[in-house]
Design a protein around this ligand. Structure first.
Ligand SMILES: [Zn+2]
Length: 247
């Protein structure tokens, strides 16, 4: 009978599934940490870009102030050489206008400086966050990676074990098992007190007897899983029956 080998095969399969679950969970945590790290890196990069852009705006404005001050100096010299009151007035107007320009630009520079300070503060906070993630990653990543490789090795071993068990099973039976497993996850289930442990539906008495005889593959009429007979419960059930007969 293939049923014993199929049960062994299923045990190995369940073991493989459990290991995959642990491995997948570890890999997901690692991926999430790495994503969070990269996300924080991108944010810092953006802040830096923004900071640099504002800094160059600030430099341009400071150059503008410098140029305007030099213009004022030149007008100041010409003012001293003014030949008429009208000329003097005209230079004065230019100088006053330029001074207003400078004070406007200076205000803009102040605003930029405030903005720069704000960005710098946020950038520092982001940097701290990224350092924390980085530290955590370093602490856990090596450990997780080592565990993942152990698990991958275990899966390999179990696959080998599975292959060697599968060699002893009729190919048609094997493909039936794989088919049911694909649909129902567990392909082989016990029958306890004539109830299928896969779908918890009662097995008709005739069919249950066939399961007990254990000389051919019986499928649950309800969930189509391969059934096997669970001896323990039958022993429990037989005891009181025998006692009754004795009485
Ligand atoms: Zn069933």
């Amino acid at each position: 009978m293939d049923i014993e080998q199929l049960k062994q095969l299923q045990d190995v399969d369940i073991h493989i599934t459990d290991i995959y679950q642990e491995k997948n969970a570890l890999e997901e945590t690692l991926r999430n940490d790495e994503d969070a790290y990269q996300e924080a890196e991108r944010t810092i990069e953006e802040f830096t870009k923004n900071y640099e852009q504002l800094e160059s705006e600030k430099k341009a404005k400071e150059a503008e102030i410098q140029q305007t001050s030099e213009m004022i100096k030149r007008w100041d010299m010409r003012l001293k050489e003014a030949k008429s009151g009208r000329e003097y007035q005209a230079f004065m107007r230019e100088i006053n206008g330029a001074k207003r320009d400078i004070s406007e630009i200076e205000n803009a520079v102040l605003k930029i400086m405030e903005e720069l300070e704000k960005i710098d503060k946020t950038r520092k906070e982001e940097k701290q966050k990224i350092d924390e993630i980085g530290q955590r990653l370093q602490q856990t990543a090596d450990q997780s990676k080592a565990r993942i490789s152990v698990l991958a090795h275990q899966i390999q071993e179990l696959e080998l074990q599975k292959n060697s068990i599968a060699k002893g099973i009729t190919p048609s039976m094997l493909s039936m098992y794989e088919q049911i497993k694909k649909q129902r996850q567990t392909a082989i289930v016990g029958v306890k007190k004539s109830i299928c442990q896969g779908c918890h539906v009662n097995i008709p008495p005739q069919l249950f007897n066939e399961v007990i005889m254990n000389n051919k593959i019986i499928l649950c009429p309800h969930c189509q899983r391969i059934l096997f007979y669970v001896e323990d419960t039958v022993v429990e059930e037989q005891k009181p029956k025998r006692n009754k007969k004795a009485v």
